[in-house]
Ligand binder design. Structure first.
Ligand code: SF4
Length: 351
């Protein structure tokens, strides 16, 4: 065991990428980096991290920031619930912990949006608590080296992987070890074509020696995808357009979007015009519809979106539009948090 630990730490000291969050033990910075990296690769996440830290350099700035500003900085990262949870937790820490991050796994995990992985990462890196992290990279490295075929999807599987890691993690450098094993999974023991030929575990790796690299770690059960059909109405009125804010517990909560008609299947324009919502929105108005609408597919983790944008010009307003939508200029729209899908549409539209 000790041998594996030392080899991993030595490998890390030679091969680690130099990243800003590796230069600090500040729990706020570690927290921000870990949440961002949960949903993006390091290369892409780096830009988001730098922008986030520049805009919200500490927990107090984040806690005091308007939600719209946070969502704008987060725009494109997806999983907006994580941003909202960060905002909540920043306020929680300022109000209830004197602005000081809790310094143990057991207290960190009580905070909203901080689960087992993030609590372990912060506790080990910032406070030297020997709490092992278990993410996809770690899971893969351990499954292959030890030949463990259990899935981490089950509570028992998770417990067993944690058991192995608890024996490996050194008490003097738990944060370095956690980062080392994650980096090893990201750079050396990759999901496809791991670099086994030049691997430090070549002679003892169970998966390599038993020809099981493609079978380990055990594949996850495929999550069922839901199909959704979104029809966005890009309504143009003089130099303005209209947006609504998503408030339901659904994707993109609190982001802005064009007025949306969600349908149960792929509706033609003709069918769309017969929906109640369409009739309410355009009551007493003669919309001029640009039939060159734009159609896109968008894949989220559990949902596949079939999206249409209709460009519609109107010359008068009605009470439904005034009451339900916010009129914005194009400049104002640029400062609102919108889903990346709309941002891409607008980029095309403005060309
Ligand atoms: S030998 Fe290959 S599969 Fe085994 S730990 Fe090294 S890179 Fe991973």
């Amino acid at each position: 065991m000790q041998n594996i630990t030392n080899k991993l730490i030595e490998w890390y000291s030679l091969h680690k990428r130099n990243l800003p969050w590796r230069e600090t033990r500040n729990p706020y910075a570690i927290w921000v980096s870990e949440i961002i990296l949960q949903q993006t690769r390091v290369n892409q996440g780096l830009g988001y991290y730098l922008k986030f830290m520049e805009t919200f350099p500490d927990i107090h700035t984040l806690a005091a920031a308007p939600m719209d500003q946070l969502l704008k900085v987060w725009q494109g990262l997806g999983y907006y619930t994580r941003a909202r949870n960060m905002h909540f937790t920043a306020q929680d820490i300022v109000q209830n912990y004197n602005g000081i991050f809790p310094n143990s796994y057991k207290d960190l995990i009580k905070l909203k949006g901080i689960g087992d992985y993030t609590a372990s990462a912060i506790a080990s890196i910032s406070f030297k608590e020997p709490s092992p992290v278990l993410d996809g990279n770690v899971f893969r490295v351990i499954a292959r080296i030890y030949g463990i075929s259990e899935s981490t999807q089950s509570a028992q599987g998770k417990k067993n992987f944690k058991g192995v890691l608890t024996k490996l993690i050194p008490h003097d450098k738990p944060g370095v070890f956690n980062q080392a094993i994650m980096e090893f999974g990201a750079l050396q023991c990759t999901p496809k074509n791991p670099l086994c030929e030049e691997c430090i575990f070549k002679s003892s790796c169970f998966a390599l020696n038993n020809n099981l690299i493609d079978d380990l770690p055990r594949k996850k059960v495929k999550v069922k995808q839901t199909k959704r059909y979104f029809n966005f109405l890009h309504i143009l009125y003089n130099d303005s357009t209209f947006v609504e804010q998503r408030t339901e517990n659904d994707i993109w909560k609190l982001l802005y979007q064009f007025p949306l008609i969600e349908t149960s299947s792929d509706y033609s324009l003709n069918e769309l015009e017969k929906t109640n919502l369409w009739k309410q929105i355009f009551n007493n108005i003669k919309p001029q519809i640009n039939l060159n609408y734009s159609e896109k597919k968008h894949q989220l983790s559990h949902q596949k979106l079939y999206v249409k944008f209709y460009e519609i010009r109107i010359n008068t307003l009605n009470s439904y539009i005034n009451k339900n939508f916010r009129k914005v200029s194009f400049r104002e729209l640029e400062n609102l948090g919108i889903p990346i899908l709309l941002e891409n549409y607008l980029a095309d539209f403005n060309k």
